[in-house]
Ligand binder design. Structure first.
Ligand code: PLP
Length: 380
C-alpha cells in the first residue's frame, strides 16, 4: 500500500504522537490549565529562539507574525531596508507598500544569500535606514543569508533587525541573543512539525522600545496587546488551543533532543540530498544553500508538473515546485521536522524512478548510493 509523505517546505509532516495529543478534548483558554500550558510553552519558545526575549504567539500563519513585527517596528519617521532575494522577501516589501512604510529595497540575485558586506554598503548609501528586514532561509530559492554577520552591522548602526526565520528556527542555527537580532519570526507548519495556524515573534527590548514609541494603528496584530496578555500567561483573542497543546508537546521533544543535534541532523539530510543530486547529474539551484530545504533543477526534457504529479500519485511523495520565475525549473525537498534519513533515501529513490520513466538517462541507485555514503560516513 502506498504511503503518503509530505516533503514540501511547509506544511511538513506531523508526528503521530502530536496528532494524538491534539485529538484530546478542547480546554477553555481562560483557565489555570491553559495558562500553565502557555507559560511552559513560552519558556520553551525562548529556548527555541535562544533568547530571553518575550515570545508572542499569534493564531494565524507566519505572515501574521511578520506583518505585526514589521508594522510595529516601522512607524512614521523610520525607514526600512528590505533585503529582497526571493518570493518571501517580496512579501515583506509588500507589507511595507501596503502600510505606507518608508522603505528601500536591496535586490539580491535569486539563489544568493545576503551578508554583512552588502548590508554595510546599503546602510552606508542611505543614512536614514534604521530597520533591516531579512529572510534567513529564503524558502523560494533555498538560499541562506548570514544573519550573524548582518546583525553585527545592524547593531553597530543602532538599527533594528527583523529576521524571517520561518524555515530556519528549529531547523538550522538560530541564536537570537548571541547574534543580537531584534525580532525573529517563525510559524508552526515548517520545522516545528505542527499543522499550520500559529505565528511566533520573539521581540527584543530594543524592538519593544520602538514598538512602544509608535502610534501606528493595529488591532488583531497589535504586538502590544499580546505582550500585555503574556503578563498573565494569556492571549488577547481566542487562541488555537489545539495547536498550542501540540506546540507544547513538540517543544518539550525539541528540548529533550537538543537544538544542536536537530541542526546537525537537518544539515546531514541536506548534504545527503545535495550529494545525491550531484551523482544523478542534477544541479542544485542555490549558490548559498540553506540546509532546511533543497532546490534541485529540473533537467532539460523533463516535464516538471508531470514529475511532481508522478512522484505524488505513483510514489506518495509530495514535493514542491518553484515559485515566480523558478516555476517549472526547480523542485524543492524539505529537510525540516519529522523527516528522517530513510524518508530522505525514499524521496531520492522515487525521484530516480520518476526521472528514468521520463526518459532521463540515469543509473538506478546512483542518487541513493551517494546519499547513503554521506549517511554511512556520519554513522561511523
Ligand atoms: C512559509 C514561509 C513564509 C510564509 O509563512 P506562512 O506561515 O505561510 O504565512 C514566509 N517566509 C518563509 C521563509 C517561509 O518559508
Amino acid at each position: 500500500m502506498k504511503k503518503n509523505r509530505l516533503f514540501t517546505p511547509g506544511p511538513t509532516m506531523v508526528p503521530e504522537s502530536v496528532l494524538l495529543e491534539m485529538a484530546r478534548p478542547i480546554e477553555h483558554h481562560r483557565t489555570a490549565g491553559f495558562r500553565k500550558m502557555f507559560e511552559e510553552a513560552h519558556g520553551l519558545l525562548q529556548y527555541l529562539f535562544q533568547t530571553k526575549a518575550q515570545c508572542v504567539t499569534i493564531t494565524g500563519s507566519g505572515t501574521a507574525a511578520a506583518e505585526a513585527a514589521i508594522v510595529g517596528c516601522c512607524p512614521t519617521g523610520h525607514k526600512a531596508l528590505v533585503i529582497n532575494n526571493g518570493k518571501f522577501a517580496e512579501r515583506w516589501e509588500k507589507v511595507c507598500e501596503t502600510f505606507n512604510i518608508n522603505h528601500t529595497t536591496l535586490p539580491i540575485e535569486w539563489g544568493h544569500g545576503a551578508n554583512a558586506e552588502v548590508v554595510t554598503k546599503a546602510l552606508q548609501a542611505d543614512r536614514e535606514i534604521d530597520t533591516v528586514i531579512c529572510v534567513q532561509s529564503e524558502t523560494s530559492t533555498t538560499a541562506l543569508s548570514d544573519i550573524e554577520g548582518i546583525a553585527k552591522v545592524t547593531r553597530e548602526r543602532g538599527a533594528i533587525l527583523i529576521v524571517d526565520g520561518i524555515t530556519a528556527v528549529g531547523a538550522i542555527p538560530v541564536k537570537m541573543d548571541d547574534w543580537g537580532v531584534d525580532v525573529y519570526i517563525t510559524g508552526s507548519q515548517k520545522a516545528l512539525m505542527l499543522p499550520p495556524g500559529l505565528g511566533f515573534a520573539a521581540v527584543s527590548d530594543r524592538a519593544w522600545e520602538r514598538i512602544d514609541s509608535a502610534t501606528t494603528p493595529a488591532l488583531y496584530n497589535d504586538l502590544k496587546a499580546y505582550r500585555k496578555s503574556l503578563e498573565g500567561w494569556d492571549v488577547p483573542y481566542t487562541p488555537a488551543v489545539t495547536l498550542i497543546r501540540g506546540l507544547l508537546h513538540v517543544l518539550r521533544d525539541i528540548k529533550l533532543r537538543g537544538l544542536e543535534s536537530i541542526w546537525a541532523e537537518t544539515a546531514l539530510l541536506a548534504r545527503a540530498t545535495r550529494e545525491a543530486a550531484k551523482a544523478m547529474n542534477l544541479k542544485t539551484f542555490a549558490v548559498d544553500p540553506t540546509d532546511s530545504v533543497t532546490a534541485v533543477m529540473v533537467p532539460e526534457g523533463v516535464d516538471e508538473p508531470a514529475l511532481r504529479k508522478e512522484m505524488r500519485e505513483r510514489h506518495g511523495f509530495h514535493i514542491a515546485g518553484g515559485q515566480g520565475h523558478l516555476k517549472g525549473r526547480i523542485v524543492r525537498l524539505s529537510h525540516m521536522g519529522y523527516v528522517d534519513a530513510f524518508d530522505t533515501l525514499g524521496v531520492i529513490a522515487a525521484m530516480e524512478l520518476t526521472l528514468i520513466r521520463q526518459g532521463f538517462k540515469l543509473e538506478p541507485g546512483s542518487g541513493i548510493t551517494a546519499a547513503q555514503k554521506v549517511l554511512a560516513e556520519a554513522n561511523k
